[in-house]
Design a protein around this ligand. Structure first.
Ligand SMILES: NC(=O)C1=CN([C@@H]2O[C@H](COP(=O)(O)OP(=O)(O)OC[C@H]3O[C@@H](n4cnc5c(N)ncnc54)[C@H](OP(=O)(O)O)[C@@H]3O)[C@@H](O)[C@H]2O)C=CC1
Ligand SMILES: O=C(O)[C@@H]1CCC=N1
Length: 274
C-alpha cells in the first residue's frame, strides 16, 4: 500500500491496528501517529519505527488516509481543529470511534468529506481483527477498496449498508474480545480452585479457546453441532453445559450485548446532540 496513513490518537486501538499493519508488510515510514504527549509517542515510535507527531494538523497534512482514533468524548474538539487541513488535503477519513455517526464526524470536519466508519477490535494487533465498516455517500468505490485493504491487513472486514448496524457490530466484535478475556479469567480462577497451578490453568484455557475458535472457523459444522460433539451422553461436559443453561448464560450474553449496543446509541445522542 503506498498511501500515507495518519492515526490521530496512538492509544490501545490505534497501536493494535498499526502493529498489525506493520506485521502485514506496510512500510512503517508510511504511518504517522499523533498524541498530545511525547512520552507516549516515544514508546510507540521505538517499538514500531513509525513517524510520530504531537501536532495533529502537521500529521494530517501528509495523509491520504486519516484514521481518527481518539476517545469519542474528545472527537469534536479534535475534528474541528483539523477541519482546515482536511479541507485542503481531502483525505479518506476513517473514524474508529464507538457511537459517533459519519454525518456528525463529517460535520465537525467541515462537511463534504468521504467518511468511513469502522468498528475494529484489539485482536487486530495479532492479525486476527474483525472490523465492521460503513461508508457515507462521498466515499468512492476506490476509497472503499482502500478501507477494505487497510483493515483486511489486520483481520476480516464486513461492510454494513445501514449505519445503525455498527452498534450491533460493536456488541458482537468491537467490545467482544473483553467477553472472551472475562471467560479466560473466570476459567483460570475456577481451575485454580480445582487445584491446578494458575499458569498451567491459563495455558490450558487459552489454548482451548484458540482451538475451539479455530475449529469453529474451519469446520463446516455449526457451533451447536461442535458443542454437541464434545458432550458425551451421561458424561462430564453435559453437566457443565447444563449448569450454564440453567444459569441462563445465553440470556446474560444477549442482555450484555443489548446493553453494549444501547450504550453506543446513547453515546451518539450525548455527543452529537441529535
Ligand atoms: N479499545 C478498543 O478495544 C476499541 C476502541 N475503539 C475506539 O477507538 C478509539 C480509541 O480508543 P482507545 O484506543 O481504547 O483509547 P486510548 O485512550 O487508549 O487512546 C486514545 C489516544 O488518543 C490520544 N489523544 C488524546 N487527546 C488527543 C488529541 N487531542 N490529539 C491526538 N491524540 C489524542 C491519547 O493520548 P493520551 O493517552 O496522552 O491522552 C491516546 O493515545 C475510541 O473512539 C474507541 O471508541 C473502537 C473499537 C475497539
Ligand atoms: O468500550 C468501548 O467504548 C470501546 C469501543 C468498542 C471497544 N471498546
Amino acid at each position: 500500500m503506498t498511501n500515507k496513513i495518519t492515526f490521530i490518537g496512538a492509544g490501545n486501538m490505534a497501536s493494535a491496528i498499526i502493529g498489525g499493519l506493520i506485521d502485514s508488510g506496510v512500510t512503517p515510514a508510511d504511518i504517522t501517529a499523533t498524541a498530545p504527549r511525547e512520552s507516549e509517542l516515544d514508546t510507540i515510535r521505538t517499538r514500531l519505527n513509525i513517524q510520530t507527531q504531537t501536532d495533529n494538523n502537521a500529521a494530517a497534512s501528509q495523509a491520504d488516509v486519516l484514521v481518527l482514533a481518539v476517545k469519542p468524548q474528545i472527537m469534536r474538539d479534535v475534528c474541528e481543529a483539523l477541519s482546515d487541513t482536511v479541507k485542503q488535503r481531502n483525505p479518506l477519513v476513517i473514524s474508529i470511534a464507538a457511537g459517533l455517526d459519519a454525518a456528525t464526524i463529517d460535520q465537525w470536519l467541515g462537511g463534504d468529506n468521504a467518511v468511513v466508519r469502522c468498528m475494529p477490535n484489539t485482536p487486530s494487533l495479532v492479525g486476527r481483527g474483525a472490523s465492521g465498516l460503513y461508508a457515507n455517500a462521498r466515499v468512492s468505490d476506490a476509497q472503499r477498496d482502500v478501507a477494505t485493504h487497510l483493515m483486511e491487513a489486520v483481520g476480516i472486514v464486513e461492510w454494513v449498508e445501514e449505519e445503525a448496524l455498527l452498534d450491533a457490530v460493536t456488541a458482537v466484535s468491537g467490545s467482544a474480545p473483553a467477553y472472551f478475556f472475562l471467560m479466560l479469567e473466570a476459567m483460570e480462577d475456577a481451575a485454580v480452585k480445582l487445584g491446578l497451578p494458575a499458569d498451567t490453568a491459563r495455558r490450558l484455557a487459552i489454548q482451548t479457546a484458540l482451538g475451539a475458535a479455530t475449529m469453529a472457523q474451519q469446520s463446516d459444522k455449526d457451533p451447536a453441532t461442535l458443542k454437541q460433539n464434545v458432550m458425551s451422553p451421561g458424561g462430564t461436559t453435559e453437566q457443565a453445559i447444563q449448569h450454564m443453561e440453567d444459569a441462563q448464560l445465553r440470556t446474560t450474553i444477549a442482555d450484555a450485548m443489548q446493553a453494549c449496543a444501547k450504550r453506543a446509541q446513547a453515546m451518539s445522542k450525548e455527543l452529537s446532540g441529535h
